[in-house]
Write a protein that binds this ligand. Structure first.
Ligand code: FAD
Length: 452
């Protein structure tokens, strides 16, 4: 009985280990049906020999590395830049990845990571002075990509702090405002937010802001509402953009959190970037001292200078989101087996993977060049808009395919693609929708403004 059981077990092992390619080669040389008819009469040694013969060498196929940088763009970085990139990558993988799904589902922000985030020395990395590193926009872009590759919410939190808030102060603030805020924001001792969008005015902020400001002596009085303002629920300072009742121009103000008349309500139930704490801000006769007005913000053109800089960063974020989804999906398809084979070996799955990689590679090449233009001081609104519109649209395609190749698991949080699918929707809309960025590029290439 024991011998029969052992034979059955061996026969089953044999069946499981058969290399079908090897089998088809052998069938051309030996009478396989005759061999198989005699399997039951073989002793263990004979069976083992046959298993060796049919099973080929049974080497596990070596998988190529999972790598979203197919054209080796990282090789163009300096050693220091590459070190910084890998430092942020390991931080994101070690400290954000394990906690991200839990916070995303709960809609909470992991405040405990802020001190570690500060040690990366990456906030405000392109600015000169005030403790900032004065590095390239390319470096900043790479870091935005690395963050979004693991989580777009953390990358957005970082972008609001480093780009929108610090950028407004760096480009448009007075020397004393820079001294007060830039070092504190850079080290995350203070948190910032950027309040431009309103409940009734999103795309049309250039001409349509309804938040008003009125000068009374040495003070300015703010009234109005702002919607969607990232980090607003716990920000120490919010940059508020408002229309001056006197000259109808858009001006910028540093609104401190303790200001009487300021109310911030958390926006609940988002389906994307759930970790980012977006606030609905109401200002009722909020008084701001003249010393807290951004002196170089005298019209919406000045606001647009900040947006030009940060829109380029959003294009990099989109690349990171696409890259994370692609790499996770590729890994999944190599490990997931159906019909006895990794699904990565199926032609239709490979088609999805290659489409994803093509988009991802085109996007990366585009944002690399975009940052070079920015570093050379040649970046225009249209350059930034084209990259934002192209990358955020193609990211949607990449994440949809990533989700598709994972079947049902593509919509489960634990497989680390569903979150990217949802978050890509926010990237697609914020910092200028597809339509608005398209109109900006259209105006630049035709000379005709099609804005209504
Ligand atoms: P709308 O302007 O109402 O647009 C609705 C649709 O109409 C869009 O498809 C748009 O493209 C289209 N449309 C509008 N005008 C035209 C036109 N002329 N021609 C053709 N189509 C047109 N704002 C901040 O100030 N600070 C923040 O920190 C911030 N964070 C955000 C975070 C998230 C997650 C999101 C989703 C948004 C955030 N925003 C923030 C707001 C964001 O910038 C706006 O959502 C965006 O500018 C679009 O405005 P809207 O949502 O009001 O859409």
């Amino acid at each position: 009985m024991a011998a029969l059981f052992s034979k059955l077990k061996n026969a089953w092992n044999l069946y499981q280990q058969i290399d079908m390619d090897q089998l088809s080669k052998l069938s051309a040389k030996v009478d396989l049906p005759a061999v198989l008819r005699n399997v039951g009469k073989m002793d263990e040694q004979q069976l083992a020999g046959m298993m060796k013969m049919l099973g080929g060498e049974h080497k596990e196929k070596k998988q190529p590395p999972i790598e979203g940088d197919f054209y080796h763009l990282a090789e163009t970085l300096t050693d220091e830049e590459r070190r910084m990139q890998l430092n942020v990558r390991s931080f994101m993988e070690a400290e954000i990845k394990p906690i991200v799904n839990e916070h995303w589902l709960a809609g909470t922000f992991p405040h405990e990571i802020i001190p570690r985030l500060a040690t990366l020395n990456s906030c405000g990395i392109t600015y000169k002075g005030y403790g900032c590193a004065g590095k390239s926009f390319l470096m900043e872009g790479i870091l935005a990509m690395e963050m979004a590759r693991v989580d777009t919410s953390i990358s957005t939190f970082f972008g609001v702090q480093s780009g929108l808030t610090m950028g407004s102060i760096y480009l448009l603030g007075s020397e004393s405002q820079k001294q007060e805020w830039l070092p504190a924001l850079r080290t995350f001792k203070k948190i910032g937010a950027f309040g431009l969008t309103e409940p009734e005015v999103g795309s049309a902020t250039a001409g349509g802001l309804t938040t008003t400001v009125k000068r009374v002596g040495d003070e300015w009085i703010l009234n109005g509402q702002k919607k969607w303002i990232g980090n607003a629920t716990f920000a120490d300072v919010i940059i508020i953009w408002a229309r001056d009742e006197a000259d109808q121009k858009v001006k910028g103000f540093l609104l401190r959190k303790e200001t009487p008349g300021l109310k911030v309500e958390k926006m609940e139930d988002k389906m994307a970037l759930r970790i980012v704490q977006n606030g609905l801000i109401t200002m009722q006769n909020c008084k701001v001292n003249e010393a807290d007005r951004l002196p170089l913000a005298n019209s919406f053109k000045d606001t647009a200078a900040v947006l030009r800089m940060t829109r380029a960063g959003v294009a990099w974020q989109a690349v990171g989101c696409a890259r994370g989804a692609y790499e996770n999906a590729l890994k999944y398809t190599l490990n997931r087996k159906q019909f006895g084979k990794p699904i990565a070996s199926f032609q239709l799955i490979q088609n999805h993977l290659v489409e994803m990689l093509s988009n991802l590679t085109a996007m990366q090449a585009m944002v690399f060049r975009l940052s070079h233009l920015q570093d050379e001081g040649k970046l225009t609104d249209a350059h930034a808009s084209l990259a934002k519109v192209f990358c955020s649209a193609h990211t949607r395609d990449v994440v949809a395919r990533a989700r598709e190749v994972m079947g049902g698991n593509g919509i489960l949080m634990e497989y680390d693609v569903a979150r990217f699918v949802a978050d890509a929707e926010a990237i697609y809309s914020y910092e200028g929708t597809k339509e608005i960025n398209t109109l900006i590029v259209g105006r630049a290439i035709t000379g005709h403004s099609a804005f209504v």
